[in-house]
Write a protein that binds this ligand. Structure first.
Ligand SMILES: C[S@@+](CC[C@H](N)C(=O)[O-])C[C@H]1O[C@@H](n2cnc3c(N)ncnc32)[C@H](O)[C@@H]1O
Length: 176
């Protein structure tokens, strides 16, 4: 799934540009039990609806690591995998991540679930900018917590050792 962007040749009125119009849902940050802050909507959400964009500071992985951030942790959304599911790391397309550890949109408070109700979409994927947005994977009730699958690849990520408290029937047990 792709959204039109500055490289598409269309303008802002294109029906395939929903992320650029911003958040339209009454999203709330709320305190969960055991998982810190979480996000929910005061209104129900229909499947396929744009929820929010994941924003933060775009960094090259090496710069994030130099700054003491752990690439792959839950505060960094990495985007090594190109939209087609192919590993996109090349000299022309450096490894990029979005660092939401200090600043970012409401998406930085969305928790992980092994049976999530949101999915992520690459809105823009270029050499300099990776933009990622969250959409509803199914109809979501008002005040139901919004979640996506952090999708950690098994590796040396610290969060991998964190117990997952999502409560889903298919919970994998850790944040992997
Ligand atoms: C991107 S933050 C999400 C917002 C976070 N709850 C907060 O209060 O800032 C990711 C962190 O939230 C917690 N978290 C998210 N999903 C979780 C889950 N399913 N089980 C346990 N902790 C979770 C972990 O501490 C994780 O490192």
């Amino acid at each position: 799934m792709f959204e039109c962007n500055s490289t598409s040749g269309c303008d802002e009125s294109c029906f395939n540009r929903v992320v650029g119009r911003g958040i339209s849902l009454p999203l709330q940050v709320f305190k969960t039990v055991g998982r810190g802050w979480g996000v929910r909507s005061r209104n129900p959400i229909r499947a396929g609806t744009f929820v929010c964009e994941y924003t933060g500071v775009m960094l090259r992985d090496e710069d994030a690591e130099a700054a003491g951030l752990e690439v792959g942790s839950s505060e960094l959304l990495t985007s090594h995998e190109g939209p087609s599911g192919v590993d996109a790391r090349t000299q022309d397309n450096p490894e990029l991540c979005v660092d939401a550890s200090r600043t970012g949109s409401v998406a930085r408070f969305v928790n992980h679930c092994c049976d999530p109700n949101l999915f992520s979409v690459f809105v823009e994927y270029s050499r300099h900018v990776h933009r990622i947005a969250l959409f509803a994977a199914r109809d979501i009730l008002a005040y139901e917590e919004l979640t996506y699958d952090y999708g950690y690849v098994v590796g040396s990520v610290q969060d991998k050792t964190l117990a997952c408290l999502c409560g889903a029937a298919n919970c994998r047990g850790t944040l992997v």
